[in-house]
Design a protein around this ligand. Sequence first.
Ligand SMILES: Nc1ncnc2c1ncn2[C@@H]1O[C@H](COP(=O)(O)OS(=O)(=O)O)[C@@H](OP(=O)(O)O)[C@H]1O
Ligand SMILES: Nc1ncnc2c1ncn2[C@@H]1O[C@H](COP(=O)(O)OP(=O)(O)O)[C@@H](O)[C@H]1O
Length: 192
Amino acid sequence: MAAGATARPVAAATGERGATVWLTGLPSAGKTTLARAAAERLHATGRRAEVLDGDEIRRFLSQGLGFSRADRHTNVQRIGFVAELLARNGVTALVPVIAPYADSRDAVRGRHEANGTQYLEVHVATPVEVCSARDVKGLYAKQAAGELTGLTGVDDPYEVPKRPELRIRTQGRSVADTAAELHSFLSERGLA
Ligand SMILES: Nc1ncnc2c1ncn2[C@@H]1O[C@H](COP(=O)(O)OS(=O)(=O)O)[C@@H](OP(=O)(O)O)[C@H]1O
Ligand SMILES: Nc1ncnc2c1ncn2[C@@H]1O[C@H](COP(=O)(O)OP(=O)(O)O)[C@@H](O)[C@H]1O
C-alpha cells in the first residue's frame, strides 16, 4: 500500500476535517499568540488541534539548523511534512513559523494539495516597526546592537504572501479581537 494511504480513513472515521493553518509573519508579529489562542478555542469545543511551535521544532526536529536560506527552507519543509500528517488525520495543525520564502511556503502547499489535505496560509501582517517595539525575545535590540545579523524583516528577507487565505492586521488591535477574527475564519472553513 502506498505511504500515507492508511492514514486518511482515520479522519473519515472520526468525522473531523483537519487542515494545516500556517501563520507566517515577522518575529513578534503575533503568530504564536494567535496560534495558541486558536488552539485553546478549538480544544474548548472538543476539536483536535496542535500547535507546532517554531522554537520547539528547532529544539527537537531541526536541531543544528541555523537561519541561512537553505536551513530555513529545510526547517519549513520538515514542519510542513509533520503538519500534513496531522492534518490528514483530522487534526488542525496550527503552525506559527516565520517561513520567509514564498517558494518554501508554496512547496508545503503543493504537497498538501497533492495529498488532498486542506492548507490555509494566514499572514500575520504586523509592520516591522511594531514588531520591533514589541520585541518579545529581544532579537530586534540585539540586531540593533550589532550582536545578531540576518534577522528576518530587518537585514534578512521576508517575502510577503501575495494571496494568503487570510491576512490579519494586529497593529492597534487587541489579542482578543484578532483571535476572534482567526476563529471566525476557521469556522467559515468548517474547522471550528
Ligand atoms: N536571525 C533570525 N531571524 C529570524 N528569527 C530568528 C533569528 N534568530 C533567532 N530567531 C528566532 O527563531 C524563531 C524560530 O524561527 P522559525 O523556525 O519560525 O524561522 S524560519 O521559518 O525557519 O525562518 C523565531 O521565532 P518567532 O519570534 O516566534 O518568529 C525567532 O524568535
Ligand atoms: N492583536 C494582537 N494579536 C497578536 N499579538 C498581539 C496583538 N497585540 C499585541 N500583541 C502582542 O504581540 C506579541 C506577539 O508575540 P508572539 O505571538 O510571540 O509573536 P511571534 O510568534 O510572531 O514571534 C505578544 O506579546 C502579544 O501579546
